[in-house]
Design a protein around this ligand. Structure first.
Ligand code: AFP
Length: 336
């Protein structure tokens, strides 16, 4: 007999049964985010997209050029989540300040932080981009959510995931009960379970980093890269193959499915790293851990880092645990 077709809605509800005290609000929130994914996917793939390609002519809080599709994705996420009564507060990589629930609408018990369109410079060249999100329980008791609600350790996350807009659209999420991937059937407009219980394959196949910046990197990092390439004379290994898209979510997704490591270390241009702890590193770290992998800032587990500001940057090493641990070893040996 054919196997059952599982929609994301059914899967989320079934996962909720693992939490007898659950009220169903988290399930609804995840389903709201799946809808956000469908709306953004519709716009990234529509022929008329050409009209909105190019820069919006302004910059985001990181001083980076913002693409029009970023603005669109940001708005969709806000509009579909601000009025539901499920959230206390939101924070977006594209906005300097917290996003509060509009006056006159109820606040809820959850906090949503997100990168609406990661890797957006890929949009102009029809390459993969994605939306990354994390959900926490609010810490404040009532009223509008606070900065403290958003500055929680990754370990406190109750759910995380991403939607990747590639050759197909996929949503991958975890609530701490494994990692599950769903592929969007564009004809049905439904995400269908295609990758249940994802585990990072071992041995890993790939590493992903931007070699162009080698000259800005530490001795430990240069040596680590040579180790990955099998050129460390004391500890030779079969080289890993290299793949780098320039959209963290896409590089991470490949490594999740095939086994591998993504790393963006601190360097002399970005002494604290380039990627954002709250919107990028933490959600993917939770997913990596749930898939049997590990994420580090080079010294500590990413999920244990206490955030001190909303747009905090971090070095990131994420993927198969033995590769991430090896990077940590190189840093201790050559950089401390
Ligand atoms: P954009 O969203 O500005 O394209 O940045 C993408 C990103 O934050 C992350 O997704 C990539 O892994 C990383 O930057 C790429 O950075 P480099 O271009 O410095 O390699």
């Amino acid at each position: 007999m054919d196997e059952a077709i599982v929609t994301i809605e059914r899967h989320i509800v079934e996962q909720e049964r693992g939490f007898p005290e659950a009220t169903g609000i988290l399930s609804s929130l995840l389903y709201d985010i799946a809808l956000v994914g469908k709306v953004i996917a519709r716009d990234t793939t529509r022929a008329g997209l050409v009209k909105i390609l190019g820069s919006a002519g302004n910059t985001n809080v990181q001083g980076e050029e913002q693409m029009k599709l970023d603005v669109f994705a940001d708005r969709v996420m806000m509009r579909l989540n601000s009025f539901t009564g499920r959230l206390a507060v939101l924070a977006s990589e594209e906005q300097e300040n917290l996003i509060h629930i509009p006056a006159g609408y109820k606040t809820g018990k959850y906090v949503l932080v997100f990168d609406p369109l990661d890797g957006s410079s890929n949009v102009d060249v029809n390459a993969t981009v994605g939306t990354i999100f994390a959900i926490y329980l609010r810490k404040s008791k009532e009223g509008p959510g606070t900065l403290e609600d958003c500055l929680q350790r990754g370990r406190k996350m109750v759910a995380a995931g991403y939607i990747i807009y590639g050759s197909s659209t996929m949503m991958v999420y975890t609530t701490g009960q494994g990692v599950h991937g769903f592929t969007l059937d564009p004809a049905l407009g439904e995400f269908l379970l295609s990758h249940p219980n994802l585990r990072m394959p071992d041995p890993p196949k790939y590493y992903s980093t931007n070699h162009a910046y080698e000259k800005y990197r530490s001795e430990g990092m240069r040596r680590f890269t040579r180790w990955l390439q099998g050129m460390d004379e004391e500890d030779p290994r079969k080289p890993l193959s290299e793949r780098y898209i320039g959209a963290l979510v896409a590089d991470f997704h490949r490594n999740l499915l095939k086994g591998g490591l993504f790393y963006y270390p601190a360097d002399s241009r970005y002494p604290s790293g380039k990627l954002r702890l709250i919107y990028e590193a933490n959600p993917l770290a939770f997913i990596a851990e749930q898939a049997g992998g590990y994420a580090s800032d080079g010294r500590n587990c990413i999920l244990e880092v206490e955030p001190v500001e909303l747009h905090q940057r971090t070095p990131l090493f994420i993927g198969n645990e033995q590769l991430v641990r090896k990077a940590e070893e190189f840093m201790v040996k050559f950089d401390d």
